[in-house]
Design a binder for this molecule. Structure first.
Ligand SMILES: Nc1ncnc2c1ncn2[C@@H]1O[C@H](COP(=O)(O)OP(=O)(O)OP(=O)(O)O)[C@@H](O)[C@H]1O
Ligand SMILES: [Mg+2]
Length: 141
């Protein structure tokens, strides 16, 4: 997969294929910020990417703020959705997570706190385009 990358995902298996391609170009130390409305497929995408790392227990961290998984790589999975401000994130050591060069970090609802995101990041933008259709755009900043 070459970045920037843009396509229309027409089915769940189609998304899984792109997630597999994406998993090959990311490595520990990377921060992947996900953008898109409710139900656009952020958690689904993280889950599908992680399957390729032998991680099968991905679920939405909406209530936990961050989930931690381990497989072929270590993964941190944040969701900013229910956070009112960045205080809670700083309290749990957000930057320590980001600076862990042995882990890949995913962040759902990145648009909520743009100023806290690292300058060097990958962005995955998802958009609902029909029951089984999603637009996806991936870029590296
Ligand atoms: N082509 C597709 N690619 C990805 N997901 C799809 C596709 N078609 C349908 N879906 C469905 O869309 C839903 C996406 O839900 P998901 O929980 O991933 O959204 P989300 O962006 O994480 O929402 P939230 O903002 O609530 O966290 C899933 O139920 C998934 O099965
Ligand atoms: Mg989600």
């Amino acid at each position: 997969m070459d970045l920037p990358f843009k396509t229309v995902l027409n089915s769940v298996p189609g998304t899984e294929k792109i997630a597999a391609d994406f998993s090959k170009i990311i490595s520990p130390g990377d921060v992947v910020c996900l953008y898109g409305d409710l139900g656009s497929g952020k958690t689904f995408f993280v889950k599908a990417v992680c399957e390729n790392f032998g991680i099968h227990d991905v679920n939405s961290p909406t209530f936990a703020i961050v989930n931690e998984y381990s497989g072929k790589v270590k993964v941190y999975h944040f969701d900013f959705y229910r956070l009112k401000n960045t205080g809670e994130l700083l309290d749990i050591g957000f930057y320590e997570y980001l600076n862990d060069k042995e882990a890949i970090t995913f962040i759902e609802w990145s648009e909520k706190f743009p100023s806290i995101l690292p300058e060097n990041r990958l962005e995955v933008h998802l958009e609902f385009a029909g029951e089984l259709k999603r637009k996806i755009e991936i870029k590296k900043l």
